[in-house]
Ligand binder design. Structure first.
Ligand SMILES: Nc1ccn([C@@H]2O[C@H](COP(=O)(O)OP(=O)(O)OP(=O)(O)O)[C@@H](O)[C@H]2O)c(=O)n1
Ligand SMILES: C[C@](O)(CO)[C@H](O)COP(=O)(O)O
Length: 232
């Protein structure tokens, strides 16, 4: 196979400012139990035997990362992130391409600390069914409504084939790099790696993942994440 899914590089976009959290520091550095959200996320990835390297994209003015014990891990590198999440991912892909162009990228939000190895294994194992790449996702459970700008319901959306896109998202580094770069150059709105692949005509697979793999976005998510982290 042209790309080698046996070599996996994790990419962690961690250059956000957490504006929706409204905390006194970027949300990835908020405490969750015994360590920060980012430290938890890095521990999950650094401890997985199939992940050869982890690349973290940091804010240019980040002043917290180097204090983390994980910052000096031999499997970890840091790059400077960009203005949007997609820019940060592309910066990390640029570096990943320079060190292992045949590898696959497992892109995972710093803000999702509750990721389990079982879900990483499911996603990596989906490569035989989805050689084009795949993402973790959670089927929508609730009835879905579309609203107008005034908060009034305009329609009910059929949820039968609706999913919440999660991370990690898993694609060949070279293909993802080129598709993401081209999509951003075309000013396409890219909020996850799959949307860049879709723009290029790829149909990524959906791998059902745990619903507790939440993205810590608002203050109440922090309490939820703490509950999930406390589970064995
Ligand atoms: N320019 C950016 C923006 C976001 N991210 C990262 O992308 C992930 C998902 O983004 P999000 O949850 O939106 O984080 P923030 O952008 O920090 O949050 P907000 O939109 O509330 O500011 C986070 O781990 C965040 O650190 C990034 O690496 N670079
Ligand atoms: C990548 C992602 O977590 C998939 O749901 C999501 O798109 C990130 O969105 P954000 O606005 O950058 O948090």
């Amino acid at each position: 196979m042209q790309n080698n899914p046996q070599s996996i590089i994790a990419i962690v976009p961690a250059a956000g400012i957490g504006s929706r959290m409204g905390a006194d520091k970027p949300k990835q550095y908020l405490q969750l139990g015994q360590q920060s959200i980012l430290a938890h996320t890095l521990d999950v990835l650094l401890s997985h035997d199939d992940i050869a390297h982890v690349i973290v994209a940091l804010h240019p003015q980040d002043k917290h990362f180097n204090a983390l014990p994980q910052a000096t891990h031999p499997k970890l590198s840091q790059v400077m992130g960009g203005g949007e999440r997609a820019d940060s991912v592309l910066a990390a892909l640029d570096y990943a391409l320079s060190i292992h162009p045949q590898a696959w990228a497992l892109v995972h939000d710093a803000a999702r600390p509750c990721l389990r190895h079982e879900d990483i294994n499911k996603l990596i194992g989906s490569i035989t069914q989805y050689p084009q790449g795949a993402i973790l996702a959670a089927p929508v459970r609730d009835t879905m409504k579309r609203s107008d700008v005034n908060g009034l319901i305009t329609s009910t959306v059929d949820r039968a084939l609706l999913w919440h896109a999660l991370t990690p998202q898993f694609f060949p580094i070279k293909t993802l790099h080129d598709n993401l770069s081209n999509a951003l150059a075309a000013n396409v709105l890219i909020t996850d790696e799959a949307s860049a692949m879709e723009w290029a005509g790829v149909m990524p697979g959906l791998v059902s993942g745990r619903a507790d793999n939440i993205k810590v976005t608002h203050p109440d998510d922090l309490h939820l994440a703490a509950l999930f982290m406390a589970q064995t």
